[in-house]
Each structure stands twice: as C-alpha cells, then as structure tokens.
Design a protein around this ligand. Structure first.
Ligand code: SF4
Ligand code: SF4
Length: 151
C-alpha cells in the first residue's frame, strides 16, 4: 500500500485473505466445500486451475483512512504484493470459477462427478479384453495329391 495508486484505493487487497486448497476429486471434497460456503463471508474461487478459499474480512491493521497502520512492520506477504494486476487495477477478477453459494457449487459438482464417472467407464471399456468371435474358424486344408498322379 505504498504507491500513488494505493492513495486512490480503499485498500481492496487488505480486506480479505485467500488460501490455496486441494483440488476436489470426489464427493467428499465437494461436501467439505459445501461446509466452507455455509459460513458467511467465505467464497471459493478457481484461478488458472488452482482452487482457493477466500475469507472476506478486513485486516485489523487497516486504518479508517484505508492505510496500513503498521506499514513499516507489515508482514512479508504484504511487502511482496504489488499494484501490478492488483484488485484496484483489474476491477472484476477473471476467475475460472467463482462460488459464493453452496447451490452454485452443487451444480458444478454434479457435472464434475458425472464426467468423472463417464471417464472411468470409458477407461474400463478400453481395458476390457475384446470379445471372442463366435464365427467358425476357416482353415485351409492342404490339397493331397495321390502319388503317381500326373499333374
Ligand atoms: S488493491 Fe492495489 S491499489 Fe489498492 S491498496 Fe492494494 S495494492 Fe494498493
Ligand atoms: S498488514 Fe497492512 S498491508 Fe498488510 S493486509 Fe494489513 S493493512 Fe494491509
């Protein structure tokens, strides 16, 4: 929050924290996420294929003037953050997916699990040995020529 740009911003980047979470792979993972979203001010988003949980809650060091009250001692993660591509510049974030309600996640999970089952089914079908043909085998019977017969 040190650049000129930050002077025009109400401290968007200091009003939430987002942590990476494991990519869901099954029903139980989505059920856990449903629990996350049951809490107020919690959302889940996907960015570049990576999943995050976000808690929309302001930092206790953000002053009424929207400036950091501990600027010189702020944590490393705040020091590493820059205005390049920050919330103030980019406006609406370009998420792959954004879930703010359990119902949105349920729709996504249903389709995700359906596709997963279809992939598993195709894989099983590919691995299954090809069915044996029941058609009678055609064999070539060698022609026997009796000895002494001129051909
Ligand atoms: S969102 Fe961007 S402009 Fe606003 S305080 Fe954070 S770094 Fe500065
Ligand atoms: S410590 Fe300061 S810079 Fe970091 S999130 Fe809090 S208010 Fe913002």
């Amino acid at each position: 929050m040190g650049s000129v740009l930050c002077e025009h911003c109400t401290g968007h980047c200091c009003r939430y924290l987002a942590l990476p979470i494991d990519r869901p792979t099954g029903k139980r993972d989505f059920d856990d996420m449903r629990w996350y979203l049951a809490h107020e001010n919690v959302l889940i988003f996907v960015e570049d294929g990576d999943w995050y949980i976000q808690f929309t809650t302001p930092c206790r060091h953000l002053g009424a003037d929207n400036r950091c009250a501990i600027y010189d001692e702020r944590p490393a993660i705040c020091r590493e953050y820059s205005t390049s591509g920050c919330e103030y510049q980019s406006g609406e974030y370009d998420y792959d997916h954004l879930f703010t309600e359990p119902e949105q996640l349920a729709v996504f999970a249903k389709e995700f699990l359906r596709r997963k089952r279809a992939r598993a089914r195709r894989r099983r079908e590919r691995q299954r040995p090809a069915a044996r043909s029941t058609a009678p085998r055609r064999t070539v019977v060698p022609l026997r020529i009796p000895t002494g017969v001129a051909i």
